[in-house]
Design a binder for this molecule. Structure first.
Ligand code: PMP
Length: 422
């Protein structure tokens, strides 16, 4: 039997749909903090850009078409048939031990000699960002972040009611002097500065990399002010020349929570990342993980462990690098040809270029007109906590093939030139 309450809810829903709004019968029941959850500008674009006629330079989806699918399917089959009792069971909250050792080997490629006991497996590095933020941020606490910063981290910070303050970057990444000054001023004004969030390699969204010289300097500034560093490094192995940079973590192991991910060097569908933290912090991360998920997926961990052990995973990384380098070249060539009135960064790795629009062009208001021309990008405003960024856009070259990148930029150039005339 349907009770009156359910009918009301149904009616309210139908009325909401009819009016193009979604009247939520639970709106008075949510905790106050739920009001801080925001839809990211990128997610909001997803519906539009998934139309096949639109060239999307908006998302950060890796191109996984080169993966050895038959081999992966075969090893997944073997895993279930030979190790079903373990693979289908709960595991340890921190992660499966042999897999923690495999992760330490991946970290060694980036010159980090990691103690597997201080690694925790997370649902992508996104969950690690969420956990660290929960552990350190009370509403109003300050997070210092690059200007601009990864939109997904800003979403977490907003949800936890952090006060995000941006620090200037240039073509060599975060500027240590600016960081020092910013933290000093904030502390002098009585703010509780909890951590620096930084993405030092092939930064999302700007594409720039923190120079080797600045890495110890950034660590030293934070050490001096007793401000933790959250070093988010999903792209570090995707340098087009094969070069890897020493992690900031190596300069201050007691003060850095380092985050890694298999999403860009293997496949995001596994949703596996990790946090590497000093033992005190690692203990809290594991408690938080246990409370959130009990234990990370054994299926994912064991499958990934098999991939790392049995396949030439580093060869796959090299294949990715070559593919993304060609796409970066296609993007830069197209920008040079079609958008000479803009300025852009030329990344040495990763997925993104950051484009400065001509004077007076607003990336946010231009977007609907770009979509009408069947091209999408991410407006710069997505990457700031304070409304800056209308004069920038992020273009991703990771997903579309070269000819589509070129066509996308050609369409975009038409839109930009019309905006200039407006
Ligand atoms: N950090 C950065 C800088 C990213 O670009 C992304 C994904 N776009 C993530 C973290 C999250 O990645 P995942 O959860 O898939 O590991």
């Amino acid at each position: 039997m349907t009770d009156w309450n359910e009918l009301d809810v149904k009616e309210a829903r139908m009325a909401g749909h009819a009016q193009g709004t979604h009247l939520d019968p639970w709106q008075d029941a949510y905790a106050a903090k739920a009001a801080h959850l925001k839809e990211s500008e990128i997610r909001a674009l997803f519906a539009v850009v998934s139309r096949p006629e639109v060239v999307s330079l908006a998302g950060g989806m890796p191109n996984i078409s080169d993966l050895p699918l038959d081999q992966l399917a075969e090893s997944a089959h073997r895993l279930i048939t030979s190790h079903g009792a373990q693979v289908l069971q709960y595991g340890s909250g921190q992660g499966w031990e042999p897999f923690l050792e495999s992760i330490a080997e991946v970290m060694a490629v980036e010159h980090i000699s990691a103690d597997p006991g201080n690694i925790s497996v997370t649902t992508g590095s996104q969950q690690a960002i969420d956990i660290v933020t929960q552990l350190f941020i009370d509403p109003g606490d300050v997070i210092v972040a690059e200007s601009p910063s990864y939109v997904g981290a800003l979403g977490v910070f907003a949800a936890q009611q952090a006060d995000v303050r941006h620090v200037e970057m240039d073509e060599n990444g975060l500027i240590p002097e600016a960081l020092d000054e910013r933290i000093r001023d904030l502390k002098a004004a009585g703010h509780r500065v909890k951590f620096l969030y930084t993405c030092p390699n092939y930064h999302n969204p700007s594409g720039v990399t923190l120079s080797e010289e600045r890495r110890p300097q950034a660590a030293e500034v934070c050490r001096r002010h007793h401000v933790l560093i959250v070093e988010d490094n999903p792209y570090g192995l995707l340098g087009f020349s094969g070069r890897t940079y020493p992690a900031i973590q190596t300069y201050w192991p007691d003060g850095v929570v380092y985050l890694g991910s298999f999403s860009k060097i293997f496949a995001p569908g596994f949703r596996i990342g990790w946090a590497y933290a000093p033992a005190w912090i690692r203990k809290k991360i594991v408690l938080s993980l246990e409370s959130a998920v009990l234990s990370p997926s054994m299926v994912g961990q064991m499958a990934l462990h098999g991939y790392l052990r049995d396949y030439d995973w580093y060869g796959q990384v090299t294949t990715y690098r070559d593919m993304y380098r060609s796409r970066r070249d296609a993007m830069v060539d197209a920008l040079t040809e079609f958008l000479p009135t803009c300025q852009w960064t030329v990344p040495d790795g990763g997925f993104y270029t950051w484009v400065k629009l001509p004077e007076g062009v607003n990336s946010k208001t231009m977007l609907p007109r770009a979509v009408t021309e069947l091209v999408a990008y991410t407006p710069g405003t997505a990457f700031y906590a304070d409304g800056q960024g209308t004069d920038y856009m992020r273009l991703s070259y990771c997903y579309p093939p070269e000819d589509e990148i070129r066509e996308g930029v050609r369409r975009l150039a038409r839109v930009v030139s019309r905006e200039v005339e407006l």
